[in-house]
Design a protein. Structure first.
Length: 145
């Protein structure tokens, strides 16, 4: 790395440049994942659900153990990251409206859809989802006629 000294000359430093670390929760190893999940849960339980949760029904399910659904964790974390970016101190005045329109409604509609990740879950009852079957990837599969 080249830096400029006080007298304007350039000097080279052999100090390693740290690699950027992932910040999306699904890429984090433990214990960073657990810490981020705790922070996310505080936001979901303290702000998101009390204000935007709406009533649960068969057509608008919610899982009381949402953290057991990895797709929900990913969606909610992206919603939280966008909330921080668009409603924080440095956000523009239109940020909150953009957050509601572009992030909150699409993500909540996806999560709470009758066929979404919480399908089959109800108040007091988490229902694990089965992963779709996956075949071993190897040689290209023949084209079907």
């Amino acid at each position: 790395m080249t830096t400029e000294t006080e007298n304007g000359a350039n000097s080279t430093s052999d100090a390693p440049v740290p690699e950027p670390q992932p910040f999306f929760i699904l890429y984090l190893p433990d214990p960073a994942y657990s810490i981020e999940l705790d922070l996310l849960a505080r936001w979901v339980h303290g702000l998101l659900l009390p204000i935007y949760g709406q009533e649960t029904s068969s057509t608008r399910p919610w899982c009381p153990q949402w953290w057991q659904h990895m797709s929900a964790v990913g969606h909610l974390h992206s919603l939280w990251l966008s909330w921080q970016a668009l409603t924080g101190a440095g956000a523009e005045a239109t940020g909150p409206a953009m957050w509601h329109r572009d992030f909150l409604m699409p993500i909540m509609n996806t999560l709470r859809a009758p066929d979404g990740p919480f399908a089959g879950c109800k108040a007091g009852a988490h229902r694990p989802k089965e992963t779709p079957p996956i075949e071993e990837f190897g040689a290209p599969l023949p084209l079907e006629s």
